[in-house]
Design a protein around this ligand. Structure first.
Ligand code: DGT
Ligand code: CA
Ligand code: ZN
Length: 571
């Protein structure tokens, strides 16, 4: 489907026009973009079948915009946009990446203060030059500086899911080469860190030259930075670096441990080896006289050092090497149900039935359908009447699929400003499971936001706090919260804290999860799916749970259905 691409380009035209202070036209482009985004049919197909008439038949698309879309579908670009982009510096357009800066604000910064780039922007904000501009204030300067920080971080580090989507196909390509006997992704990806700087791949092979020749010719590669027989470094077309190392089988475990890291874990491990009169390197474990002891597998290295084997997700030197017995981390197949799913009844793009069928195919025992409540109007939340109709539909589907899966009636209910919920208790009592989430007024004080969440926890109908800290990776910082207090209250009231698996959320994050685990609060791993494909995000939530040292007993949706329901009924 090209719909999103086309919509993005139309929005880009609108952005540039708005920065140039041109009126009305941007509104038309945005209207067209919105309607194309939500088209169920592929816009390319519409054009193929019915030409320009097909395009102008789309609501909001007139002749002028239609012709530009046709040009894009035919040639892959819109000349009008290329021309427009030449009329202002690209670095001005980049300012739109700062959270909170839309084209109107960028236009003022550019036209009135002559701010042309992110570095101009930073200087102006630091010197207090922006506060006097109409529509800005001292607070906006702070927000801009914080936004710049987030953007800088985001440029350096990409989301784990993005990194895996780039790395996995490369590994699949490499596996085709029969000279490769072992291959693993190492580095922060193997540790499943939430963001990634670069891709590290390790290979065992007796013909390193062949491997390197094959690797450096892959179509994914943009620039070769270095090519040697044991190490090559490239920049991929996705603008991320990828390092490849080839070792022999005898050193594979040593190299895998070394390149998986983390660096701090490696350093601690080397110290422990020295204490035992051994030497650990990327080639394996050696005795004082430099005689090879072992190195084929990681397991034998940990074992020779009398250490418990540490799973990659735990290797951050936060106490794991001091463990006397292994932690039985939750497994990637331990989850029995996904309890946070959106459908076309609010802002999802698949129907309730499509979501149910996907969950059945994943082998789940139970699921909950949890569309938004009425205050989430941007997410098309359901009012009471809508909810009733939605529940009637779920009743029918429950019967239809009763031998295949247990379907819970749920809702993701907004926590309002005063801590009350978006539906009355009477309505909430008709539902099986309630996720309470904050979706508005993120900027309260620590006390305000904490007490809003605690009020929700104290509501007898609430079972889960959704994405508890509200952060969006590289886009929005977490709310100011007293997480210790929330963990304590959640535990007391049999409310589970969510590990939201959505790749840009991962909320709670690894360190928060560890805090909840240490304090005995229960957690639940959900995907917050807005389409059937999103159900696969569960692996990212599980990965963060493992990074937070979770075992099955910390996570309520590892329980068989009856036991899970006992928790939900607060028995
Ligand atoms: P990233 O790339 O920032 O997301 O995180 P990593 O952990 O993948 O870091 P990277 O790519 O710089 O290095 C890969 C691994 O190599 C790292 O996890 C541990 C190892 N390593 C890198 N530099 C050092 C070092 O100076 N000392 C030790 N002991 N290990 C290192
Ligand atoms: Ca790396
Ligand atoms: Zn939500």
């Amino acid at each position: 489907m090209k719909n999103q691409e086309v919509a993005d380009l139309l929005n880009e035209i609108a952005d540039v026009l708005e920065i140039k202070n041109i009126e009305w036209k941007p509104i038309a482009y945005r209207r067209a973009a919105r309607s194309i985004e939500s088209l169920p049919e592929d816009i390319g197909l519409i054009y193929n079948k019915r030409g320009l008439n097909g395009l102008t038949g789309i609501s909001g698309v007139g002749f002028g915009i239609g012709k530009k879309i046709a040009e894009y579908l035919e040639t892959g670009k819109i000349s009008e946009l290329e021309k427009l982009k030449k009329t202002i510096p690209e670095s001005v357009i980049n300012m739109l990446d700062i959270p909170g800066l839309g084209p109107k604000k960028v236009s003022k910064l550019y036209n009135k203060l002559k701010i042309k780039s992110l570095s101009d922007l930073e200087q102006a904000a630091r010197k207090g030059k922006i506060r006097d501009l109409e529509g800005f204030g001292e607070k906006s300067e702070e927000d801009i500086l914080m936004g710049l920080e987030l953007v800088k971080k985001g440029r350096e580090r990409i989301l784990l899911s993005t990194a895996l989507n780039i790395a996995n196909p490369i590994v699949e390509e490499l596996k085709k080469l029969k000279e490769i006997t072992k291959i693993d992704i190492a580095g922060s990806i193997r540790r499943r860190k939430e963001t990634i700087k670069d891709i590290d791949i390790l290979i065992a092979s007796k013909s390193p030259e062949k491997v390197m020749n094959y690797f450096t010719k892959l179509p994914e590669i943009k620039t070769i930075l270095a090519k040697g027989s044991t190490k090559s470094s490239v920049i991929l077309k996705d603008s991320i670096n990828c390092d490849l190392r080839v070792v022999n089988e005898k050193s594979y475990g040593g190299a895998l441990a070394y390149f998986t890291g983390s660096k701090d874990h490696n350093i601690r491990m080397r110290q422990l080896a020295l204490k035992k009169n051994m030497k650990l390197s990327e080639y394996g474990l050696f005795n004082r006289k430099n005689h090879y002891i072992c190195g084929k597998t990681e397991q034998e290295i940990y074992s020779k050092l009398s250490l418990v084997y540490i799973e990659p997700e735990m290797r951050e030197n936060t106490g794991e090497l001091e463990l006397k017995k292994p932690i039985n981390l939750i497994k990637y197949n331990s989850i029995r149900g996904d309890l946070h799913l959106h459908t076309t009844w609010s802002d999802g793009i698949n129907t309730t039935e499509e979501m149910i069928k996907t969950a059945i195919n994943k082998g789940y025992e139970y699921i909950a359908i949890t569309d938004h409540s009425k205050s989430s109007y941007v997410a098309n939340g359901l009012d009471e009447k809508g909810l009733k109709r939605h529940l009637a539909e779920i009743d029918i589907l429950k019967k239809k699929y009763k031998n295949k899966i247990n379907i819970l009636k749920g809702s993701e209910v907004d926590i309002l400003k005063d801590g009350s919920l978006d539906y009355s208790n009477k309505i909430l009592s008709e539902l099986d499971i309630i996720i309470a989430s904050i979706h508005s007024r993120f900027k309260g004080t620590k006390e305000e936001t904490t007490s809003r969440i605690i009020s929700a926890i104290n509501n007898e109908h609430v079972n889960v706090i959704g994405h508890p800290t509200g952060r969006l990776i590289n886009q929005r910082n977490p709310y100011d919260l007293d997480l210790n207090l929330i963990i304590k209250e959640a535990k007391k009231n049999k409310v589970a804290l969510e590990i939201n698996s959505y790749p840009s959320r991962l909320d709670l994050k690894d360190t928060n999860i560890r805090l909840a685990v240490d304090n005995g609060a229960k957690l639940i791993i959900n995907t917050d799916s807005h389409s059937t494909n999103n159900l696969d995000f569960i692996e990212f939530g599980i990965a963060q749970a493992r990074r937070g040292w979770s075992e099955n007993n910390n996570i309520i949706n590892t329980l068989p259905f009856e036991k899970f329901m006992k928790f939900i009924r607060k028995e």
